[in-house]
Ligand binder design. Structure first.
Ligand SMILES: [Zn+2]
Ligand SMILES: [Zn+2]
Length: 252
């Protein structure tokens, strides 16, 4: 990661312990994101309203890091409070969450809130492989927990997100955002223009294994949830898309 003036590093896909399957308070995640050299992060927790702006402002000040309101919709575990909304979508910069089966309405809601819709891990774990046709603003072309894939679509901004579920997952995967300062509006504007690119690498497998062991401890009394998490992890580790995806194929 670099702190030169030409770009900032943003991780738009960070979970905190507000997500059922994650560890690390917002305070811990913000602290380590800063320690690992990130300039900006978004708490994209599963199926909850973003943290209040005044709380985020406090963390921004405390750790000198830019923090976006955000969320990730989509079921993660069988006892998820939103069992019928399966597919994963991030509302970066959105101040509130809209639960709706109609993805067009969700994308519109995010846009009205001044945010950017991101198709998270589009080819696995209940992503939106048809993100281009659906009108997403951006696609997560590099997800920290998924095998990298090549996307040959030029007309949609591409971002990278760690999908960190613990602080140890931070810093490997991020987005380089060009021609902006640390101001949230400027960062979002650069992404809308496509002035951004995925950066870094995926999270080392040993971290994902140790995350799974933490989950074993957390869900020792609920094997069904553990099984679901194991299934999800296996599917993301094995997910593959055709090596050379043509734009036409990818937009289908
Ligand atoms: Zn997801
Ligand atoms: Zn996620």
């Amino acid at each position: 990661m670099s702190n030169d003036k030409e770009h900032i590093t943003l991780d738009p896909h960070v979970h905190t312990d507000r997500s059922l399957d994650s560890f690390g308070s917002p305070n811990t995640m913000a602290k380590w994101a800063k320690n690992f050299g990130l300039d900006a992060i978004a708490f994209s927790d599963h199926n909850v309203n973003p943290l209040r702006r005044d709380l985020l402002n406090g963390l921004e000040k405390k750790f000198d890091i830019t923090i976006f309101s955000s969320y990730e919709q989509g079921q993660v575990l069988p006892n998820d409070p939103t069992p019928n909304i399966k597919k994963h979508c991030i509302g970066l910069g959105s101040e509130s969450i809209l639960f709706d089966h109609d993805i067009a309405k969700v994308l519109e809601h995010i846009r009205r809130q001044g945010g950017i819709s991101i198709a998270a891990h589009p080819f696995c774990r209940d992503g939106f492989p048809d993100y281009a046709k659906l009108g997403f603003d951006a696609v997560e072309a590099l997800n920290g927990t998924t095998k990298p894939h090549k996307l040959d679509i030029n007309n949609i901004p591409k971002v990278g997100g760690s999908d960190a579920h613990r602080y140890q997952d931070l810093g490997y995967t991020y987005t380089r955002v060009y021609n902006c300062g640390n101001n949230r509006d400027e960062i979002l504007e650069s992404i809308r223009r496509g002035d951004c690119a995925p950066g870094g690498i995926t999270i080392p497998p040993m971290h994902l294994v140790s995350r799974f062991l933490e989950l074993v401890k957390k869900y020792a009394t609920n094997p069904l949830e553990l099984l679901e998490e194991a299934r999800s992890m296996a599917s993301s580790m094995n997910s593959r898309v055709p090596k050379m995806l043509t734009p036409a194929q990818a937009q289908r």
